[in-house]
Design a protein. Structure first.
Length: 439
């Protein structure tokens, strides 16, 4: 199956997720208001952050060793189960112990029952993330597409039901999220057992290799995601739920653009792992160019349409989100390319420590900027700090990749005329089909 086709199959669930999350954001924004929307954002972000912490680098390790055929398909699911239950138990316990401290600061305004409901989603969320990465390695793009799309639609339906039919609030939305993730995890586990078989045997030497790789990649992954999300917590502690509600709207719209590089990354990672160094470098460079081209066009469109789009979808209460959205867009485009470039060290060279070093640098600079700019400028300061942090990540990964592969810098950001023509032809074909259907 071609990379292009794999990218399309990876794109479909991402696109479904974008549409469903956009619809969800509209109804939550209009029914909950900035205050309720901010509370919900913080509560759900807790689960996402804890899942990143609990990943322990095992997601990258399983992707690498499975792609190199060092873990048999029948035994891979047992590794996923170990990587889910053990870390999740430790992180859940630590989170509960930290509640008295968290509730008075970064989680201010979040009730304890809502916090517990968010924690209940953690094991399933961790399992789902690991499962998707593993199945992508095995080329099951169609199956992952169907499962991810079904999960996104189920989450949308559940959210709309509790808010519109049951007159619920942020707590009920968090509960629905936990239920949907748990059901998805059970169905995915059953499907893997059916397709690959299930072996309980885990080889000791291989497990030690997996753990060694995960330790080297863990620090980078942890600080990488912390640098991306700590801004909302600092903003919540500094300015409250309503400010987070405004800022989260800008982040929601800006980061939807990352579905492009996420789809391409999922489709190309097995190729980056499995091919020789020159071929792998060529794939990464071409993917980076395509990401810059597509994200650049989308970012310009969103920049222009932001006031109209936010006012129409979310109402005038959210118009202050236009400025931070526009500030975020340049960094979002560059960081989309950065995430593609980091694949070379992670997947081809098996050197996650390099990506960890970049992530540590991003985190140090990012947190310093957040602590300086957010108290002074609120969500505008958060946007400036985030965009600068994203851009720093791109510069670091671009320098490392180009020096390691001998690729000229322009080859990772400047699309070829053929690539531009291909994108233009695809857009024109899509517009032609759309115009025919609307006649």
């Amino acid at each position: 199956m071609s990379i292009a086709r794999n990218s399309v199959l990876s794109f479909v669930p991402q696109a479904v997720l974008v549409v469903t999350s956009l619809l969800t954001s509209i109804v939550t924004a209009r029914l909950l208001g900035p205050e309720g929307r901010g509370l919900l954002s913080v509560a759900l972000l807790v689960t996402v952050m804890l899942a990143w912490i609990a990943d322990m680098g095992l997601g990258s390790a399983l992707t690498f060793f499975s792609g190199k055929k060092r873990i048999p398909e029948s035994g891979a699911m047992m590794y996923v189960i170990y990587a889910t239950l053990g870390p999740a138990a430790v992180v859940l316990g630590a989170a509960l112990l930290a509640w008295p401290w968290l509730s008075g600061g970064v989680l201010g305004g979040v009730p304890f029952p809502t916090f517990v409901a968010a924690l209940c989603a953690l094991p399933a969320m961790l399992f789902v993330n690991l499962w998707i990465r593993l199945e992508m390695v095995y080329g099951r793009y169609r199956s992952t597409m169907l499962y991810q799309s079904a999960q996104a639609v189920a989450a949308l339906a559940g959210t709309w039901f509790v808010l519109l039919a049951m007159d619920g609030g942020p707590h009920e939305v968090v509960v629905v999220t936990a239920v949907v993730y748990t059901a998805s995890a059970l169905l995915m586990a059953a499907d893997s057992a059916r397709v690959h078989g299930f072996s309980k045997r885990v080889a000791g030497p291989r497990l030690r290799e997996v753990l060694s790789y995960s330790v080297r990649s863990y620090l980078g992954g942890l600080v990488y995601y912390t640098a991306l999300r700590v801004d909302s917590f600092i903003l919540n502690a500094s300015a409250g739920n309503a400010a987070v509600g405004q800022y989260s709207m800008a982040v929601t719209l800006a980061e939807k653009l990352w579905l492009v590089d996420s789809s391409i990354s999922q489709a190309t990672m097995p190729q980056v792992v499995g091919r020789d160094r020159d071929s792998s470098a060529a794939i990464v460079a071409a993917s980076s160019r395509m990401v810059v081209l597509i994200l650049g066009v989308l970012a310009v469109t969103l920049w222009v349409a932001a006031p109209f789009l936010i006012g129409l979808l979310y109402g005038s209460d959210y118009l202050p989100a236009v400025l931070p959205l526009r500030i975020l867009l340049p960094g979002v485009v560059l960081f989309g390319s950065s995430r593609i470039l980091s694949q070379y060290y992670m997947g081809q060279l098996g050197r996650p420590g390099v990506s960890s070093a970049v992530s540590v640098g991003m985190a140090v600079v990012g947190v310093a900027l957040y602590m300086t700019l957010i108290p002074a400028y609120g969500f505008v300061g958060a946007a400036i700090a985030s965009s600068a942090t994203y851009s720093l990540g791109f510069v670091a990964n671009a320098v490392l990749f180009c020096r390691a592969t001998g690729t000229p810098y322009h080859r990772i950001i400047v699309p070829t005329s053929e690539e531009v023509s291909r994108i233009r032809a695809a857009v024109e074909a899509g517009l032609h089909v759309l115009s025919r259907r609307t006649r």
